[in-house]
Ligand binder design. Structure first.
Ligand code: XIL
Length: 457
């Protein structure tokens, strides 16, 4: 048969009818293109769907079967933690972590690294350390582990759970915190140097409700890191929910507000205690919230079957103890399929546009802007590219007709609306011929029409 445009268009319809005819119990025909696994459904919007994996369970064929079929991102549940990877000081042990990494990679799955620095699950030798010795041991750990896995990790939880619960908004007291308030940024800088390709995340729990002091405190830290050029790419919300800690009504607001700082957000350890339709609705809400936020890049559930969970008695996962799909599985899959439109780079409220302003030319420089705009504000990332001669300093002029700058990083600013000029800081003054560097700022209002132009100094 010669395939005409008309006959090609008919093929999917014929295939759907044939499928429906085979499935005798099928009541409604399947939604066109509906994906049948969590990973495939998430991929429709450029997102991932992951799970925590325990190395000891990989030999369980039901477990491995669901893992291979449903998930495209993997987190080691315990095997990459400090006590597992450095049981004795300067003696590193990667056997169980590698089992998980190799299994995931052989199946084409990506890996979230969890976690480089944490007050909990420290090896005994570290628990008793303090001061400079501990700071150095922590940085050595971050460097060694991130270097060992360089190129294999999609995102690292560089620091886990560093803020206190309750209303203080303070850092959690710990031996690491007592080495100095800058321990977190020191860890992030070490991780960036060791594995420049990995996204670097701050990960915590009880940071889901926008009104909570802990959420606000983490937000302010990320804002501060962005304003000072501390390397951070993402915020992980563990999202362990139960009746004491339910899915907050403002969950999507929290995700969006973190994203608005210019970082990705990831739901990193999702589990929701409960059963039946209530649990299913909660999973659906969490999934929909992620899909509604352009920079929510994926969801990881903290285990596969209820019986694999660290909170098994709360039956908080998507598969029952026998590996059957629960109502929560179906609602999650449906939400992923329904929300398959906007991907992590675009949403209905957020647009990313790139415009090139001026040509580098000989000896000059050019600037391009990538704008992340939402209803009330924006983040602009500006890339400065050197022409055929290395830059020893640069100035970028921008026009902000309908907005106001509220924060910036990696450049010095003059003005905050109208004509706003940006000058290099010390560490990004020198740009090799043809090379580039970035700075950015966030603002309220509308960031369109920035039209950056670059001048070499
Ligand atoms: C949990 C594991 O699931 C358990 O097996 C282990 O006994 C304790 O840690 N926040 C985190 C995770 O970041 O690493 C924790 O995982 C759950 C809470």
């Amino acid at each position: 048969m010669k395939l005409t445009a008309k006959s090609v268009a008919l093929i999917p319809i014929i295939a759907t009818v044939a499928t429906a005819a085979i499935g005798a119990t099928l009541i409604a025909p399947p939604v066109a293109n509906a994906a049948t696994t969590l990973a495939a459904a998430a991929q429709q919007s450029g997102r991932y769907f992951g799970t925590a994996v325990a190395a000891s369970r990989l030999s369980d064929s039901t477990y491995a079967g669901i893992l291979n079929r449903e998930f495209d991102m993997v987190t080691a549940e315990n095997e990459m933690k400090m006590d597992a990877t450095e049981p004795n000081q300067n003696q590193f042990s990667y056997g169980n972590a590698d089992r998980i990494v190799n299994q995931a990679r052989s199946q084409g799955k990506r890996i979230r690294g969890h976690a480089l620095a944490w007050h909990s699950q420290q090896p005994g030798w570290m628990q008793n350390m303090s001061g400079t010795a501990l700071r150095n041991a922590m940085l050595n750990h971050v460097t060694q582990v991130a270097t060992y896995y360089r190129g294999k990790i999609y995102a690292w939880d560089v620091v886990n759970e560093a803020f206190a619960d309750g209303s203080s908004g303070a850092r959690r007291d710990s031996n690491l915190q007592r080495t100095g308030n800058d321990w977190i940024e020191a860890a992030f800088r070490a991780a960036r140097t060791a594995d420049p390709g990995a996204k670097l995340c701050y990960n915590d729990y009880n940071t889901d409700d926008w009104s909570h002091a802990k959420t606000q405190a983490v937000y302010r830290m990320v804002q501060d890191f962005k304003s000072r050029g501390v390397p951070i790419d993402c915020v992980g919300l563990q999202s362990h929910f139960n009746s004491q800690s339910p899915v907050p009504s403002n969950y999507q607001t929290t995700l969006q507000n973190f994203a608005n700082l210019g970082v990705d957000v990831q739901i990193t350890e999702l589990d929701i205690e409960g059963s039946g339709s209530t649990q299913a609705q909660n999973y659906q809400r969490v999934t929909q919230a992620c899909l509604a936020v352009a920079r929510c890049t994926g969801i990881t559930v903290w285990g596969i079957r209820d019986t694999d969970s660290w909170r098994a008695s709360g039956t908080p996962l998507l598969f029952d103890g026998s590996g059957n799909k629960k109502a929560a599985y179906n609602s999650t899959l449906d939400a992923l399929n329904a929300g398959g439109g906007p991907g992590p780079t675009t949403t209905t409220t957020t647009t990313t546009t790139t415009t090139t302003s001026n040509d580098p030319g000989t000896g000059g420089c050019s600037a391009t802007v990538s704008l992340n705009q939402w209803n009330e504000g924006f983040v602009a990332t500006i890339k400065v590219t050197a022409g055929s001669t290395a830059l020893r300093g640069w100035t970028v002029s921008t026009t902000l007709s309908n907005g106001t700058v509220t924060g910036s990083w990696s450049a010095t600013r003059s003005g905050n609306s109208g004509t706003v000029n940006w000058t290099n800081v010390d560490y990004n003054a020198n740009v090799p011929a043809g090379g580039s560097t970035e700075f950015g700022f966030q603002g309220s209002g509308n960031g369109s029409g920035l039209n950056p132009s670059c001048t070499a100094r």
